[in-house]
Design a binder for this molecule. Structure first.
Ligand SMILES: Cc1ncc(COP(=O)(O)O)c(C=O)c1O
Length: 427
């Protein structure tokens, strides 16, 4: 589908049925696959032939959907994972091991921050966090001999900072390492990080890609552009024989285009088994078929609600990269010219008490630990995800007690604004 435009790829990418085959992608609800001879199966185990043998590693339904996501992001190969967490873990762990180091933007999703800062440190992988606004010199200074990857989020959840992808990619490449970008919030409809120099793109497909709050999932896309062999000493996992896989050297056998995803599938899926269920992949594909239509409305609604909030006396501050005057407005114009996403954050005057009243009085927007759903939802970190922290601790973490994260859905923007207005009036 490479000749078609993005909207067409959303609808028809990844799967082209032959004569008399199902129009919709088939759900291959089978753990295993049958072969006539041991030699046939042996070729699959040796990675000499492509095919399926066990759904813990690969499944045709997943591969149709992964191929669509690869087309949308402009990558060479992709895989689905059981969640966004698994996608980010696999993307990093595919190239980092005990004794290695990562440079990551400090402005990323809390779950990813914890993964890198706590769990991966326990695995012996060190990290240096950098500001998303760091200068080239500051970014360079964060690198060490053992740095193997740089990581950031296009639009960060929940801070809504916008990553300077071009700068991050330039610095990562100057140090001979790939840039991994979590592109969950804008989706490829609004930003394609590979076009700006990113090497690997990850997604929590649980968010806009699924878009209906139906299925947890993740995806990893490889640009196929990073030359692993040119930096072979840094990436032994890709550039030296894998004794756990019959001595295959992934970068040699599968080249720049195939090495990363083949290794992640053959090694990490085999050992960790964090695969997306084919049923969830089917739901994800339903979401992808309308992603281009939905993202435009999410961004329109986010923009309209953010602009309304700037006119409200009860509101101390509104953060939305599409707002003129937002700290990230210029960067958003560059990387997200058609809009970003539907998530808006704002701080209420009156702190925790005002936030509690506001949330209680919302009628359309539901209180949920989720974003990027067709239905508008919202969260006050101080009374939910961060409720164990005092107001002083929250302030130190840059999360005011009166902060609200509102994820604008696909409803009529006028109804969303009316809902927010009446809840503000009730404070
Ligand atoms: C930007 C981002 N990346 C990754 C994740 C983790 O994804 P999941 O919840 O699918 O594991 C999230 C979850 O909110 C997210 O917002």
């Amino acid at each position: 589908m490479s000749d078609y435009r993005l909207n067409t790829k959303c609808v028809q990418g990844g799967y082209t049925p032959g004569n008399g085959e199902p129009r919709q992608i088939p759900i291959v609800q089978s753990t295993t696959f049958k072969y006539n001879t041991s030699e046939d199966m042996g070729k699959l185990f040796d990675l000499e032939a492509s095919g399926y043998f066990y759904t813990r590693l690969q499944n045709p339904t997943n591969d149709y959907v992964a191929a669509k996501i690869a087309e949308l992001e402009g990558g060479s190969a992709a895989m689905l994972t059981s969640s966004g967490q698994a996608a980010n873990f696999f993307a990093l762990f595919n190239i980092c091991e005990n004794g290695d180091h990562i440079v990551a933007s400090s402005s990323i999703y809390g779950g990813t921050f914890n993964l890198i800062d706590v769990t991966m440190r326990k695995m012996g992988i060190d990290v240096t966090f950098v500001s998303p606004d760091a200068s080239e010199e500051e970014l360079n200074a964060a690198f060490k001999e053992n740095t193997k990857a740089m990581f950031g989020e296009t639009i960060a959840n929940p801070a809504l900072t916008v990553l300077d992808i071009e700068l991050f990619a330039k610095v990562a490449h100057a140090h001979g390492v790939p840039l991994i970008v979590d592109n969950t919030f804008p989706t490829p409809v609004h930003c394609r990080p590979i076009e700006w120099g990113a090497d690997i793109v990850t997604h929590s497909t649980t968010k806009y890609m699924d878009g209906h709050g139906a299925a947890v999932g993740g995806a990893i896309v490889d640009s196929g552009k990073f030359d692993w062999m040119a930096h072979a000493e840094k990436f032994p996992g890709l550039c030296t024989p894998d004794e756990s896989y019959h001595g295959i050297t992934y970068a040699e056998k599968f080249g720049k285009e195939g090495a990363f995803i083949t290794k992640a599938t053959a090694q990490l899926m085999r050992d960790f088994g964090s695969i997306q269920s084919p049923q969830n992949a089917f739901y994800l594909n339903l979401g992808l078929e309308s992603l281009h239509v939905r993202m435009a409305r999410h961004a329109e609604n986010g923009q309209a609600v953010a602009e309304f909030l700037t006119t409200c006396d009860q509101v101390e501050k509104v953060t939305y990269p599409g707002l003129v005057g937002d700290k990230y407005y210029d960067r958003a114009q560059k990387y997200l010219p058609d809009g970003g996403c539907g998530v808006v954050s704002f701080e209420l005057k009156g702190g925790r008490a005002a936030a509690e009243k506001f949330m209680k009085n919302l009628k359309l927007a539901a209180i949920e630990t989720h974003v990027a759903d067709a239905r508008t939802c919202c969260l006050n970190p101080a009374t939910s995800t961060h409720r164990q922290m005092s107001d002083e601790q929250l302030a130190a973490a840059g999360i005011p007690a009166g902060l609200i994260r509102l994820s604008c859905g696909l409803e009529d923007a006028r109804d969303l604004i009316d809902d927010v207005r009446q809840a503000l009036e009730a404070i």
